[in-house]
Design a protein around this ligand. Sequence first.
Ligand SMILES: C[S@@+](CC[C@H](N)C(=O)[O-])C[C@H]1O[C@@H](n2cnc3c(N)ncnc32)[C@H](O)[C@@H]1O
Length: 353
Amino acid sequence: MTDYAHIHQPVLLEQCVGLVAPALRTPGALAVDCTLGLAGHSIAFLKAAPQARLIGIDRDIEALRMATARVEQEGLGGRFIPVHAAFDDFSRVLEERGIDTVQAVFMDLGLSSLQIDERERGFSYAHDAPLDMRMDVSQPLTAQMVLERYDAAALTRIFKAYGEERFARQIAQEIVRSRADEPLTSSRQLTALVDRVIPQAHRGSGNPAKRVFQALRIEVNGELEKLARTLPQIANRLAVGGRLVVESYHSLEDKTVKSFMMQGTRVDAPADMPVVPDDMQPFFAPLTKGAVMADDEERERNPRAASVRLRAVELVRPVPQRWRRRFEHEADGSMQRAGARHGATGRRRGKRG
Ligand SMILES: C[S@@+](CC[C@H](N)C(=O)[O-])C[C@H]1O[C@@H](n2cnc3c(N)ncnc32)[C@H](O)[C@@H]1O
């Protein structure tokens, strides 16, 4: 029997169950885990909420296969619906199943340890592998294509924005220079290149290529765009009393989650308005005070927990109409931008070397 718990340890498991399960007490309650992975969190939710069903979404077909086997192994298959999709298809996934609202939505962003350890997918700077980095191998864009096609300015932008890399410009310039001699195809070539560029005196702990790998992965998988257009879809599908619980692992992700949640926790009326109408009252109530982080013991045991930020809100009144429309628009608007990003290589990528 496969020891799944050994492959991937769910981060802040107890805290996540404590936040999700209270929304799943009513018979027929439905939860969606947007990032099923190996179902570590999902199994704990199903066990803590014996009345609930759970839809588990993952864009990684291999993760979905393993998670389904694991859920069945636990005897929970009857309340589990696996779905192969990207989570920004959230509304469509529910629509196709005739589901209007759900009681809880969970996201554990980023990669599973399984993906990090799968050498041939090129996510890790620790192993030599082709520079692929796609979570969904059916999409065309790979890390190698980014390194081949983006110009120095575009590479600098992604290393800076998604990796917070101080030497973004120097690394980007070195990539453009070195690919003229030899294409960059392997993670070993990329780690060696970063190693040449970052001065010894400016290295922190860990592998100096870590931030560049993170940035490439975020770009290849369109992670921030997908998150930004998924959160509004979720808000429009939460039942009153429903909960949204999100674990993120880098500051831009956390910023996106934080600002999305915060906008619903404020009174949406001028400060001098004598009586605030119902539809201007906050519709989210925060369930965490700021972001919850892992304690030393968990960080020690599970390195993935080191950067986690957990935030959660409860929907306390129906999302007001004007917010619903705004959320629909945000889901659509960023969808078009993302379409342009991946589809229109000729136009936007035209300026990339
Ligand atoms: C950190 S793992 C989840 C681990 C899981 N909570 C567990 O305990 O086993 C994140 C998972 O989300 C998936 N994922 C990331 N981005 C996604 C997206 N946009 N749509 C669907 N799945 C996504 C990844 O393929 C990965 O399997």
